[in-house]
Ligand binder design. Structure first.
Ligand SMILES: NC(=O)c1ccc[n+]([C@@H]2O[C@H](COP(=O)([O-])OP(=O)(O)OC[C@H]3O[C@@H](n4cnc5c(N)ncnc54)[C@H](OP(=O)(O)O)[C@@H]3O)[C@@H](O)[C@H]2O)c1
Length: 277
């Protein structure tokens, strides 16, 4: 047996399904009749015995196995060299290239829930489904504290996957969406990310992708709620517009975040896979 990229991806999807719920995850093994086997371990390592692994298959395993850690919270942004995720009007299709789009869909396919802010739904009308790779659609979660979104947006009307709207006051969710309510504590900008994650865990969604936009990902990062952050950087200078990461100011560089990093080429773009723990 030779492990190609398709087989590696199927093994990752099998691990995603196996490594859920409260019980300690066990290694996932794919074997063939000739005695070859590929074993994926929940600690993020993999091993092939009696078979060859193609280079692109190995790259997939290296990039996506760490995303399958139990209870992982991962943020993602696709940005220009100067840190912008869209123009000032909100135009963002597309900052990054086709390989980065496939990467985003792979992340969606590996998580239980994908979270976006109201600004992204207003600007992009995204579907948040898995279309550029095999895999199931995650629960779609929209943070809309002021309940300003209406049923015209596709996540609320296309029926492709369940959508949960989280508001700061009780209310009926738009279209076919489900509704939940969280408090905004005095002096806070919005919902505490830990409360959002606890609400999702209660609904069985423990592996979570915070997909955007910049405000939403930055709030999770500032709260220390991201285990991993994937930033895909396109060789483009926008020069103005919507900011990707924006954190409270610091005075000294020794206060800057310095996560461990893996670099993964995505066509013309470069993915920085940052790990905070
Ligand atoms: N390149 C990429 O990777 C990427 C990904 C996604 C989106 N985008 C682009 O990013 C732009 C939108 O990003 P954005 O930063 O302006 O907005 P955003 O993050 O999509 O949405 C921000 C809004 O969501 C709500 N929100 C977010 N976090 C919250 C929390 N913890 N608690 C309560 N409410 C919360 C707030 O709504 P209220 O204002 O009602 O309080 C907040 O103002 C669009 O142009 C889109 O095209 C790019």
């Amino acid at each position: 047996m030779t492990i190609d990229a398709e087989t590696a991806w199927m093994a990752l999807l099998r691990a995603r399904a196996a490594w859920r719920g409260g019980s300690p995850p066990a290694p996932v093994e794919i074997a063939d009749p000739t005695g070859g086997a590929l074993a994926l371990s929940p600690d993020g390592t993999w091993q092939a015995s009696g078979c060859a692994v193609q280079a692109d298959a190995a790259a997939l395993l290296e990039t996506y196995l760490p995303v399958l850690r139990p209870d992982l919270v991962i943020g993602q942004l696709g940005q220009s060299l100067d840190g912008r995720i869209a123009t000032r009007t909100g135009h963002s299709h597309y900052v990054t290239g086709p390989d980065s789009l496939v990467h985003l869909h792979r992340l969606r396919a590996l998580v239980d829930a994908v979270v976006v802010g109201a600004g992204t739904v207003l600007a992009d009308d995204p579907r948040l489904t898995v279309r550029h790779c095999p895999g199931a659609n995650p629960l779609r979660v929209v943070l809309d504290p002021r309940r300003r979104l209406t049923g015209v947006h596709r996540v609320f009307s296309d029926g492709a996957a369940p959508t949960l709207v989280i508001g700061a006051t009780d209310g009926v969710a738009p279209g076919q969406a489900l509704s939940a309510t969280l408090p905004v504590e005095a002096g806070e900008d919005g919902f505490a990310p830990a409360r959002i994650l606890a609400l999702l865990a209660d609904r069985g969604a423990r592996r979570v992708l915070v997909e955007g936009g910049g405000v939403t990902v930055s709030r999770f990062l500032a709260a220390g709620a991201l285990d991993v952050l994937h930033v895909a950087i396109a060789p483009m200078l926008i020069g103005s517009g919507r900011q990707g990461i924006s954190l409270p100011p610091i005075d000294r560089l020794d206060q800057a975040l310095r996560p461990s990093v893996r670099r993964v080429p995505l066509g013309e773009d470069m993915l920085y896979a940052l790990s905070f723990r």
